[in-house]
Design a protein. Structure first.
Length: 108
């Protein structure tokens, strides 16, 4: 199961996660935040240890990725670190603009 602090996600996304199934106990949530014409959407599947990340600009897809085997999401200031065991496999920066970095070599 993926570990994360709901309060940290609330502070980064400015809203609570929305259950994808209507059952908060199943660990599937949608988090979304907009900044200007950019939109960041993250789907969390905590029991499956998977997150899906989508970044759009003016309703046009800029990037998307599916990361599996994710064991934790850790907030550090304005960053959300994406962890696979003890390795940081990516991070999302929440500022005026969103920045997403994925370490492909550590995802495998």
């Amino acid at each position: 199961m993926m570990n994360y602090d709901e309060l940290d996600l609330l502070e980064l996304f400015y809203s609570e996660g929305e259950s994808l199934t209507g059952n908060n106990g199943d660990g599937t949530f949608l988090y979304k935040r907009e900044s200007g014409e950019f939109s960041l959407t993250v789907f969390l599947y905590s029991y499956e240890e998977q997150i899906n990340i989508y970044l759009k600009y003016q309703d046009n897809d800029l990037c998307s990725t599916i990361l599996k085997g994710i064991t934790a999401l850790v907030r550090t200031d304005s960053y959300l670190k994406i962890m696979k065991k003890d390795n940081e496999v990516g991070r999302i920066y929440f500022g005026e603009y969103f920045k997403i970095r994925i370490n492909v070599d550590r995802c495998q």
